[in-house]
Structures are given as C-alpha cells and as structure tokens.
Design a protein around this ligand. Structure first.
Ligand SMILES: *Cc1c(COP(=O)(O)O)cnc(C)c1O
Length: 416
C-alpha cells in the first residue's frame, strides 16, 4: 500500500482507468497546474482552458484572493456543523443576499444539492402557502434540462444515459418543451396543482441553448399570474458567465428562487446556495433540511472572496465584451466554413454547432485537435462544442484563442 508517483500523463490515465469508477469519459489531458486562463499538463504543455470546469472557474484558476481566503479560514476554523453558530456564515449570508437582491440564503455544497433544496422548498411552499393538497404538488421542468445527478433530478431528465436503470423515478414533475411559453401556459391553465417552474435561463449541458428574447419575462409573468414559483437554475449561467451577474438580468426578470453553485466559489471549493425572499424561504424551519458541511466557515470565506473578485474585477462587463468579440470573429470564419454552421451564446457562454450528426465523433475529434494546438474544450453531444473560458481572459488572449480555434477547424474543412 503506497501512493504512486505520477510521472506521465499515460500513467495517470492508466491508474484512473484501473482504480476509479468509469463514470466519466475525459479528454486525455492530465492537468497538474492552473493559473488564470491557463492550465498545464504533467508534461508541462500549456493550454488555454475553454471549459473552466463547466463555468466553476469564472474568476480564473487559483485566484490568489480566493485561495488566500480559503487558506486563512482553513487554518482558523474549518467546520463547526450547524449544531453551533460560526462567525462567518451570517457575514456571508448578509453579503450574498444584498449582492443578489434576496432576503435569505440557504447554504449547501454542490449544485445538485441546491436544486434538491429548491424543489423541497417549492413543495413545502405549495402545501403550506398555496394550499395544494399534500403530495399532489407538481413542478414544471423543461425538456433537455440539466440540473444535476441525484435520483430525483435524473427522474425529470431526458438524457437516457443519465436515467436508464436508475429508476424507480421520483414523481411530481411535468416536462414541457424549452423556450415554449404556450406549452407553459397550457399546463398552468389545466393543472391547479402546479407549485413551480424550474428552468435554466440558458440551457448549458443541452449545448448552450439560448431561448428566444422575451421567453424568461413571459414565463415569469405566467408563473406570477398562476401563483407558481419561478425558479431559475443559475448554477452554470449565473455569476457573470453570460455578461450579467445573472442570466435572468438580460430580461430584467426577478425569479422567486435561484440556485447557485459552481463559480460561487471560483472553483476552489464546493459551495452552493438557494436564494429566495422571506415569504418563500420562511417555510423551512429547524430540522427540516440541512447538510453537515453546508454553510461551513471555509465555504463562507471562499464565497465572499469569489463574489468580491467578480465585482472588483468587473468580470460581468469583461464577459460581455469578450463574448461579443469572440462571436464576431467566429461568425466571420463560419461564413466560409463547411465544418461549423453556427456560433451561439451570451457573454462568454458560447458553443459552436458542427455540421454532423449528434452520434458522430466529429466534435470529439475537433476537441482532440484543439488540445494538440493548446486549447482545452469539451463536446456536449457529438456535434456541439462549448466554449466557456474563465472570465478574466483578455482581448489579446481571446484573439489568440480565436486563431487556435479557426486554424484547428481549417484542418477539418473539406474532410466532411
Ligand atoms: C452543473 C450544474 C448543476 C449541478 O451541479 P453539481 O455541482 O455538478 O451538482 C445543476 N444545474 C446546472 C444548470 C448545472 O450546470
């Protein structure tokens, strides 16, 4: 029994393959260091990170301010559990609720836990405030959603891989097409037991699917009219990713509840949260929900620092600006491309659509070539590549990346 020394990427991949569960299919890059928009592999090759850990690393890798906050707090007090108070949690809650404009925050650790929490709060609100008969509450969700991996959440996924043989599934969810307010209106009018509508303001895992302008505003209006909670899952789209603090801000929509995770910690520590106003959050009383690590002092200190970095470094503004440059440049390229037919997104949450079928390996092959050329990105589906670099990226770096991406795509032109 000993801890092995890792001397090569090949070796690292081999031992993971042998000793780790095969629940992921990573691109074969073995990373050992990160700083800002860059990561380095075991052999010392440098890459632009164009995934940013699914938008958890919006503030850039190993941001010194966030890392220092974590180290200082870890050396002082790391965990008390919520059996006692700690001197960070309240500070963090006041800061974060003012930052996002809600009355209260419920702290959890991972994104899926935040979504589970929102579902529980929504159901409880439905029974205790709206008067829906107990166990009858329904939550409307969108097709092709991604909200995490727990048994309840995969119950309303339509990704076969995520669902198959994990049943029996949790009931109480009604699935409607995304970006379809008529479908939403129809369910709301026909079903008196709807408690909430849970939606991603931009669908991330579905391939950065941006809804029609006005969708979120109309959906919120419909929810309000039918006394249904509008719940925005901003775990991926929030915290400056799309060029605004929250993606719902593009349409000036105020959700009844939001879920946050990922960049809430700048990627250094798992931190998630649900935010809502008192009339919703107050349905939760002692003993009804919790988590041993949720709201721990390290998480609080890290989240405060992560949110300060977003604000102080004006990362929403930079995301907006850099995203516009990125899409403009790629649009120029695709005018004459047979490989890519569309670039879509908001701020620095973007994707390109490849001219091939969803079950093809083209997007994967392009990502492998991008890796060779010094840029790491990951396909979502066989024909979509997501581009979500850290938001600290500069104009010069964006132009360098556009050049890497277009040169790589050139290698595939005429071959398909
Ligand atoms: C990543 C993600 C989640 C799940 O977060 P985990 O931390 O992986 O559990 C939920 N919702 C959305 C929109 C996400 O992108």
């Amino acid at each position: 029994m000993s801890v092995p020394a890792i001397k090569s990427s090949e070796e690292a991949i081999k031992i993971e393959e042998k000793y780790g569960a095969h629940n992921y299919h990573p691109l074969p890059a073995v990373l050992s260091k990160g700083e800002g928009v860059f990561m380095w592999d075991v052999e010392g090759k440098k890459y632009y990170d164009f995934l940013a850990a699914y938008s958890a690393v919006n503030q850039g890798h190993c941001h010194p301010k966030i890392v220092d906050a974590m180290i200082d707090q870890a050396k002082t007090l790391s965990l008390t559990s919520r059996a006692f108070y700690n001197d960070i949690l309240g500070k963090y809650e006041k800061f974060a609720t003012e930052y996002f404009g809600f009355d209260k925050l419920l702290p959890m650790n991972t994104g899926a836990e935040a979504v589970e929490t929102a579902i529980k709060i929504c159901r409880k609100w439905a029974y205790e405030r709206k008067g829906i008969p107990e166990t009858e509450a329904q939550i409307i969700v969108a097709e092709n959603n991604f909200h995490g991996r727990t048994t309840t959440i995969i119950s309303f996924s339509n990704d076969e891989g995520a669902r198959k043989n994990f049943g029996p599934y949790t009931p109480g969810f009604i699935k409607i097409p995304y970006d379809d307010t008529e479908a939403l209106q129809k369910v709301l009018e026909e079903n008196k037991n709807v408690a909430g509508f849970l939606v991603e303001p931009i669908q991330g895992e579905a391939g950065v699917y941006v809804p029609t302008e006005g969708y979120l505003r109309k959906a919120k209006e419909l929810c309000k009219k039918h006394n249904v909670l509008f719940i925005a899952d901003e775990i991926q789209s929030g915290i400056a990713r799309t060029g605004k603090l929250l993606a719902v801000d593009h349409e000036d929509v105020k959700p009844d509840m939001i879920t946050l995770g990922k960049a809430l910690s700048g990627g250094v520590y798992p931190v998630s949260a649900v935010l809502a106003n008192d009339e919703v959050m107050n349905v939760i009383q002692p003993g009804q929900h919790g988590s041993t690590f949720g709201g721990n002092p390290v998480a609080g200190a890290v989240a405060i620092a992560a949110l300060e970095v977003i604000r102080d470094e004006k990362l929403a503004e930079n995301s907006m600006k850099m995203g516009e440059i990125f899409r403009k440049e790629l649009n120029k390229y695709i005018e004459n491309s047979s490989v890519v037919h569309k670039v879509r997104g908001k701020g620095l949450m973007n994707a390109i659509l490849i001219n091939d079928s969803e079950d093809s390996s083209t997007a994967w092959d392009i990502c492998m070539a991008l890796k060779e050329n010094g840029l790491l990105a990951k396909p979502t589906h066989g024909n979509i590549i997501r581009f979500t670099p850290p938001l600290v990226i500069t104009e010069e770096q964006i132009m360098d990346c556009v050049s890497i991406i277009t040169k790589t795509l050139d290698q595939f032109e005429g071959k398909m």
